[in-house]
Ligand binder design. Structure first.
Ligand code: RIB
Length: 294
């Protein structure tokens, strides 16, 4: 039985290094092209495992080179991928542009991710996990099924989408960036609590905001760092948050400590290029955590 189950996407990331994010209708020449493992679900599962949680990943991959690369990196990172299914569609692909200032833009071809359904075994793993984490690069029906079967369900509502009351009724903790928060509840962050009992809004370099029906709003300041690539910073945050909550409790106090650790982990991830290659390990996170919160 895993402490954390992640239900989500896995992609081959094709990353183009560009001077800036292209404008509509514009053609730019990239200074580099790399191929690596990614996908919000895979990134989050690796982040949870590297942060110290026993982690199972439920996903759908193609029977191709990309699928083999992802299975290998998941295994090397200590993620149980025995419930990852093989689709007749190719593995998902993400085209990512990374600008000189580290900002990115991402377009995903879901492919095999669109075929993800929860088998009886997968539902059992979800039901037994301490914490279940999902995002929105897989079918909504699959996210709904995972939410209904979970004891404690974290939804990272990325990419941004309008969400049904039916789904949000099963969400214990919502994690969103500013754009995603607006898609769920409009421009006032406090309105998120009309829809879910607790939420974390990630604010990039400005840190994160914790909102809970049971406690006062708490602002966790950002951690200053030299940015190379912001890809998967949000995923690192979510995976480390899930792992840290699974190791303790989900009370407001433990949530604050978990957000601090997730925030530090995300700040470490932006120092390295790529998605999964940038996800830090628990010992590195905790050494930096001790420095930041001395
Ligand atoms: O959040 C970053 C991830 O988004 C990338 O790894 C890409 O695959 C997309 O899923």
């Amino acid at each position: 039985m895993a402490e954390v189950v992640v239900v989500g996407s896995a992609n081959v990331d094709l990353v183009l290094a560009v001077p800036r994010i292209p404008r509509p209708g514009e053609t730019l020449l990239a200074s580099g092209l790399t191929r690596g493992p990614g996908g919000k679900g895979a990134n989050q599962a690796v982040a949870a495992a590297r942060a110290g949680a026993s982690t199972t990943f439920i996903a759908s991959l193609g029977a191709d080179d990309g699928g083999a690369m992802l299975r290998e990196v998941l295994g090397e990172s200590g993620v149980d991928h025995s419930l990852v299914s093989t689709s007749t569609s190719p593995t998902g692909t993400a085209i990512i542009t990374v600008a000189a200032d580290g900002e990115n833009s991402i377009v995903v071809a879901p492919s095999a991710n669109a075929d993800l359904k929860l088998s009886a075994e997968a539902l059992e793993a979800v039901g037994q996990a301490k914490v279940v984490l999902a995002q929105l690069e897989i079918p909504f029906g699959t996210v709904q099924a995972a939410a209904e079967a979970s004891a404690y369900f974290i939804l990272n509502a990325a990419p941004a989408a309008e969400l049904s009351d039916e789904l949000l009724a099963h969400v214990d903790l919502l994690v969103v960036n500013e754009t995603e928060a607006e898609a769920v509840a409009g421009s006032e962050f406090a309105a998120l609590l009309d829809r879910v009992p607790a939420a974390v809004v990630t604010l990039g370099a400005e840190g994160a905001l914790i909102l809970s029906r049971d406690a006062a709003e708490i602002r966790i300041p950002g951690v200053s760092v030299e940015v190379v690539d912001t890809t998967a910073a949000g995923d690192t945050f979510c995976g480390v948050l899930a792992a840290t909550l699974a190791a303790g409790s989900t009370t407001a106090r433990d949530l604050t400590n978990a957000v601090r650790r997730a925030n530090v982990a995300a700040s470490l991830s932006v120092k390295t290029a790529g998605a999964i290659p940038s996800v830090p390990h628990g010992d590195v996170i905790d050494a930096r955590l001790a420095e930041v919160y001395l």
